[in-house]
Ligand binder design. Structure first.
Ligand code: NDP
Length: 297
């Protein structure tokens, strides 16, 4: 464990905002190196429909790309766009040598099959890491494009614990394709001993109590209380839950932060923990994609 970890009752608060800013500065410097070689890294974002939250997410992604110097292209398609039209758009982006990353904002309208669309993206441009070729590559421990949220969680863990996570017991709560499963695969790649628990698991509490690392990705407000953790646990809370409390809207995680923060080694807050890392790693993935396609740097 990193000697900076606080062994007193107050846990280290893992500052995702600060780490995300550091990642963005790293990306900015790398973008300059690409540009010096005549390559302008480029991310294309495709949005279908009028979902207000998706519009906000896309705007944030485009703004962050601009900040780090990545060229961004936005394609907004009507809510009634058919699958063929979307695939034709992706085909054009797959063929366009100046585009290095393609992100299709989810969810898609119901007339479009999400799996078909995600599988249609060139795996080398798949900055979300959802293509089966990348999912398979990750499960084999190969260096491929990996999903942004769990990849950001690994960075937070390394910044907190140290580069070497080998031998630590990690419990991942949740087994979604977007977070839980890739998180488990990434931890295994780091030589952690990994336990994945889900809605059918018996006695989650006892399993979490044994963990050096707990990653919570459930989508249930404050599900994990103090009883789930041993005092040496490092806790990464991926959950983003909107709740009403005292007549106000609040964002809370899957971990009861107020209760747990005094009883573990380190914990990431919500908001300000994993959230900012996701978008920072989208930028990192765009550069990895550019590297894969240009064999540069
Ligand atoms: P999903 O709903 O796809 O998956 C939730 C997982 O939690 C499932 O595997 C489910 O099990 C499991 N689960 C549900 N209830 C329980 C329970 N009572 N006990 C144990 N396990 C349970 O969610 P996501 O993985 O997409 O997202 C999880 C959370 O992370 C959400 O709050 C989401 O908003 C947030 N998120 C945050 C991101 C960020 O950038 N910070 C990015 C992506 C997600 P089963 O498979 O058996 O149904």
């Amino acid at each position: 464990m990193n000697s900076s970890l606080n062994l007193s009752a107050q846990a280290q608060i893992i500052d995702g905002k600060a780490t995300a800013n550091a990642v963005l500065e790293e990306v900015k410097a790398e973008v300059e190196q690409f540009k010096a070689q005549g390559i302008a890294p480029c991310l294309a974002v495709v949005l279908v429909g009028d979902d207000p939250a998706s519009h906000v997410y896309v705007r944030n992604k485009v703004e962050k790309a601009q900040y780090v110097g990545i060229r961004s292209l936005e394609f907004r398609l009507d809510a009634d766009t058919d699958q063929q039209t979307l695939l034709a758009q992706i085909d054009a982006l797959n063929r366009d040598m100046s585009v290095h990353g393609i992100l299709v904002q989810l969810p898609l309208p119901e007339q479009i099959n999400e799996t078909v669309v995600l599988e249609f993206i060139d795996p080398k441009k798949d900055v979300d890491g959802f293509h089966s070729e990348n999912v398979g590559g990750l499960s084999q421990g190969r260096d491929v494009l990996t999903p942004c949220t769990p990849t950001g969680c690994i960075r937070l863990l390394k910044d907190t614990i140290g580069e070497n996570l080998s031998g630590l017991h990690a419990v991942v709560v949740g087994r979604s394709n977007i977070v839980g499963k890739p998180m488990a695969a990434l931890l295994l790649k780091e030589s952690c001993t990994v336990t994945v628990v889900h809605s059918k698991t018996k006695n989650i509490q006892a399993l979490c109590q044994q963990a050096d690392i707990v990653v919570a990705a459930v989508g249930r407000p404050r599900m994990l209380n103090q009883e789930y953790f041993n005092p040496n646990a490092v806790v990464i809370d991926v959950g983003i839950n909107r709740i009403q409390e005292n007549g106000k809207n609040r964002l809370v995680g899957d971990v009861d932060f107020e209760e747990v923060a005094n009883h573990v080694q380190a914990i990431s807050p919500v908001p300000g923990g994993v959230g900012p890392m996701t978008i920072a790693y989208l930028m990192k993935n765009t550069l990895t994609a550019a590297r894969l396609q240009t064999q540069q740097i």
